[in-house]
Ligand binder design. Structure first.
Ligand SMILES: O=C(O)[C@H]1NCC[C@@H]1O
Length: 297
């Protein structure tokens, strides 16, 4: 996702042929390299596959307007359901890979002061921390501060020598991102308003524009595992630019990390829109554009 074709915060995915019985396969990437789970990318890819007619009509399996699509990812085959009205995909739901907590209530020192949060597995390892919106509000105007602090927190955690790995997916190690959360006051049974506004700083200090599908699963799953929310209601997470994902706990009896950790499965619902199609060319004489570049922040 490098310049000149992409930009610093751009997120992408390769659509690949399935090899393990799924309907399609996806490999996600950001400017710092490949990444393991991407919820907003899955919602986008399923929308694209259906709206461009890449999946046969006989896959209308559940109800006339609900299609089941199985996506192969680096964290296994993930089940999705898409609501297709014959013209557009109205929403996509997917069941995230099991969420579990690696480190609970970890306190670290930072230029912001002491910050306490959890390191959670949601397809990658992320550090989730709540911030008082009076002190640090999740909004585009604060993105430079959030980005810097996210990079600092990630570096601090990485230098602590903590074991950050998953026995179910040995290829996934280390911290992927830092999730900044502002809680919203609302009645838990109100399923329409956001429960929180959040932003994930991931990779080499990229700012997520989406509410982060896998991160929303990580946050909701860890709140459930800590006994802070029930599985009865939807949980709505709002991104830094105001887009929203809805989440709900759909399985509370799973175990993860080779059966050593209590885990849960969270279903995420969101919407994507197709923007266009681009054709890129590679000119071997173009010493800059051939490999692309990023200007680190
Ligand atoms: O939606 C998500 O899950 C992704 N967003 C950026 C980083 C995460 O992988």
């Amino acid at each position: 996702m490098r310049e000149p074709r992409g930009h610093y915060d751009m997120f992408g995915g390769f659509l690949l042929d399935p090899t393990e019985g799924g309907d399609a396969a996806a490999l996600f990437m950001n400017p710092s390299g490949y990444t393991d789970q991407c919820g907003h990318g899955m919602i986008a890819i399923v929308t694209l596959l259906i709206q461009l007619g890449k999946l046969p009509q006989e896959r209308y399996r559940l109800k006339p307007d609900l299609m089941q699509v199985r996506l192969e990812t680096t964290v296994g085959i993930l089940e999705t359901e898409a609501c297709w009205n014959g013209e557009k995909v109205e929403f996509v739901k997917f069941k995230n890979t099991p969420v579990w907590i690696l480190y609970k209530d970890l306190t670290i020192k930072s230029s912001f002061g002491q910050i306490t949060g959890d390191i959670v597995f949601n397809g990658a390892f992320n550090f989730f921390a709540e911030f008082d919106s009076g002190q640090l509000q999740v909004k585009p105007e604060n993105s430079a501060r959030i980005m810097e602090l996210g990079g600092e927190i990630k570096q601090t955690i990485q230098s602590m020598g903590l074991e950050i790995s998953n026995k179910d997916f040995p290829q996934i190690t280390g911290l992927h991102g830092v999730d900044f959360i502002n809680l919203r006051k609302k009645d838990a049974s109100d399923d329409s308003k956001p429960n929180q506004k959040s932003v994930l700083v991931f990779g080499c200090k990229q700012i997520d524009r989406s509410p982060c599908g896998s991160g929303t699963a990580g946050r909701v799953g860890s709140l459930f595992l800590k006994g802070k929310i029930s599985s009865e209601h939807y949980f709505v997470n709002e991104s830094i630019i105001g887009s929203k994902f809805k989440a709900r706990i759909v399985n509370t009896t799973v175990k993860a990390n080779r059966d050593s950790k209590p885990a849960c499965i969270v279903e995420i619902q969101g919407q994507a829109h197709l923007l266009g199609r681009t054709e890129w060319w590679l000119d071997p004489d173009d010493v800059i554009g051939y490999n692309g570049f990023i200007i680190h922040r």
